[in-house]
Design a protein around this ligand. Structure first.
Ligand SMILES: N[C@@H](CCC(=O)N[C@@H](CS)C(=O)NCC(=O)O)C(=O)O
Length: 194
């Protein structure tokens, strides 16, 4: 199985989840500027959507979209698998929130031309983090167990830090907890981010 990723991109969530699930994967870095793999292959030839993450199975079937990949990974590993159908639906609710309300907003903040809209986007991101901070009653977002939603939120918190954005204090021990996890440390090393 191969995972195509950008270092520190949203694909980091899928990469962490694969390592947490102990699924053997060959990570293949895609260069953000050239859009080529390390082997010099144009990434658009692999994923016509042109973006990461893309998970390619041994039979060459490809799965894209972080939410779908994270949901698939969570189904594979007892440690990540939601306890029942409703827990899986709640996890998908959280993944959709992170994807559409945080991830997409950050892309606007990073890549929209012009500065006019950026304070509005930043305010919206801050209010989404504030909502999530109130949901964080336990060690992890969906309870006492690490879930694929934590992998995704962790990447968004990295992006917040990268953007010099202040996030609620509760996220400081949360990030420390996540970064103490061996699978997270191994993934950061694999992407050259440790
Ligand atoms: N809808 C996709 C979006 C993924 C996405 O935005 N990936 C970014 C990196 S964080 C990317 O590869 N952007 C390159 C591009 O859109 O050309 C998902 O949720 O997985």
């Amino acid at each position: 199985m191969k995972l195509y990723y950008f270092a520190d991109g949203c694909s980091l969530a899928s990469h962490i989840a694969l390592n947490e699930a102990d699924i053997a994967v060959e990570p293949i870095k895609v260069d953000v500027e050239t859009r080529q793999t390390e082997q010099g292959r144009p990434f658009a030839e692999i994923n016509p959507k042109g973006y990461v993450p893309a998970l390619v199975f041994d039979d060459d079937a490809m799965l894209t979209e972080n939410i779908a990949i994270l949901d698939w990974i969570a189904q594979q590993a007892p440690a990540l698998k939601p306890a029942d159908e409703m827990a899986r639906t709640r996890q998908n609710e959280m993944l959709a929130f992170i994807s559409t309300e945080l991830h997409k907003s950050f892309l606007g903040l990073f890549f929209l031309p012009g500065e006019d809209a950026k304070p509005i986007i930043a305010d919206s991101i801050a209010s989404r983090f504030s909502y999530l901070s109130e949901r964080l009653a336990n060690d992890y977002l969906l309870g006492e167990r690490f879930s694929v939603a934590d992998a995704f939120l962790y990447v968004m918190l990295r992006w917040a830090k990268m953007s010099d954005m202040t996030t609620p204090d509760i996220f400081e021990p949360y990030v420390e907890r996540i970064e103490a996890r061996p699978a997270v440390q191994a993934t950061l090393r694999a992407e050259g981010l440790a």
